[in-house]
Write a protein that binds this ligand. Structure first.
Ligand SMILES: *Cc1c(COP(=O)(O)O)cnc(C)c1O
Length: 368
């Protein structure tokens, strides 16, 4: 029998969340973002679940090749673009759309002899100060690309720092959009601006955010980009990390649990040991009390998370036994709730799921 720790991927939830993204931005085409192995959910499986997307967007060149090999014929966007001339040649061969955000990348394109023209997402830095040309430099970069026979369609792209918080005090979406409008001027071409946060604000800000493409990531996996909870946004969890109790200890006042003996019992307790640890991707820094479900009942972590195991409090869960089902996050326990307790975000937990965790597929509404 395999170790009971399993990541259950809910394809029905992936499809539902993609439909939510479409409903939020009904006039835009959707790049389903599948970087980082589809946020830990598995690239091939995400490709199947997102068959209705207009394109898939990711960072990893080899994974873009893999998508083509698996038969994905619709557009693919490389969100950080190419890193050298060999990438560029292959991108042209595979028909990949590439983000262009530096003079160096433009120079690579200008010097290349390609199988055919590449489509480009030209990126503007509208205040996040990560990738892209400043609004002042954008027009010249565009003109330079436009003059190159190696370049096909040019889309205009930017990325939001705070799409989850409309009234952000430092860099609200409205301010980034003002920079974007200033830099783009009258340049023709499709617009691509919204991540999940932007997609979920689309209803309020449609006139401002309406673009030809949107680029949702986290919302497709049932996580929230911030602001409200995933459930309030109508999203379903796409991953349930489930395991089982594999040992039980009955302790009394003064007994300790786990490495460092940091937890000291104040009275009699029943401790359940769960097959899941930080080598599985569960955050080691999750503190005592981080929520966990045992047989569907909410309880919390006890003591430190170790490499292969963690401990939970079973004192109030009558009937809990070796073999009882444990949900670490997902169905019934939002990943964002666990992430918040551990001082991180759902994105990080999904992406950090370790390769040794067995992955299976089951629809959200049918699995036990
Ligand atoms: C990752 C990424 C996205 C998706 O962001 P989410 O917050 O997960 O929706 C969109 N655009 C770019 C450029 C990205 O790198």
């Amino acid at each position: 029998m395999p170790r009971p720790l399993t990541a259950i991927i809910h394809l029905d939830a992936l499809r539902h969340n993609l439909a939510r993204a479409r409903a939020c931005a009904p006039r835009s085409k959707v790049w389903a973002v599948v970087k980082a192995d589809a946020y830990g959910h598995g690239l091939e499986r995400a490709m199947r679940a997102f068959a209705d997307a207009d394109g898939l967007a990711l960072i990893e060149f080899d994974k873009a090749q893999r998508l083509r090999a698996l038969g994905w014929t619709k557009p693919i966007l490389l969100l950080e673009g190419i890193f050298d001339a060999a990438d560029l040649a292959l991108a042209a061969e595979l028909g990949l759309n590439i983000a262009v955000h530096t003079e160096e990348q433009i120079a690579l394109i200008a010097q290349a002899r390609l199988a055919g023209p590449v489509d480009v997402h030209l990126k503007m830095n509208t205040g996040m100060n990560r990738l892209g040309f400043t609004p002042a430099a954008f027009g010249a970069a565009h003109a330079r690309l436009r003059a190159l026979p190696q370049v096909g369609e040019i889309a205009l792209m930017t990325h939001f720092a705070n799409a989850d918080e409309l009234g952000h005090p430092r860099l609200p979406v409205r301010e980034q959009m003002a920079h974007f409008a200033a830099g783009a001027g009258a340049i023709a071409g499709p617009r691509s601006v919204c991540n999940s946060g932007g997609v979920l604000q689309h209803e309020q800000l449609a006139s401002l955010l309406d673009g030809d493409w949107v680029r949702p990531g986290i919302m497709l996996y049932g996580g929230t980009p911030g602001g409200r909870s995933a459930a309030e946004f109508g999203l379903l969890p796409a991953m349930t990390l489930a395991s089982a109790i594999i040992g039980i200890q009955h302790i009394v006042a003064g007994d300790t649990v786990g490495y460092g003996s940091r937890f000291v019992a104040e009275g009699p307790m029943t401790i359940g040991v769960v097959a899941c640890g930080y080598a599985d991707g569960y955050p080691r820094h999750a503190p005592h009390g981080t929520p966990v479900l045992v047989d569907g009942v909410a309880t919390g972590l006890v003591g430190r998370v170790s490499m292969d195991m963690l401990a939970v409090d079973l004192s109030a869960i009558a009937g809990a036994r070796v073999g009882s089902r444990v949900v670490l996050w997902g169905d019934g326990l939002p990943i964002d709730t666990v992430a918040e307790a551990a001082g991180t975000i759902g994105y990080e937990l999904m992406c950090a799921l370790a390769a040794r965790v067995r992955m299976v597929e089951a629809d959200l509404h049918t699995h036990g």
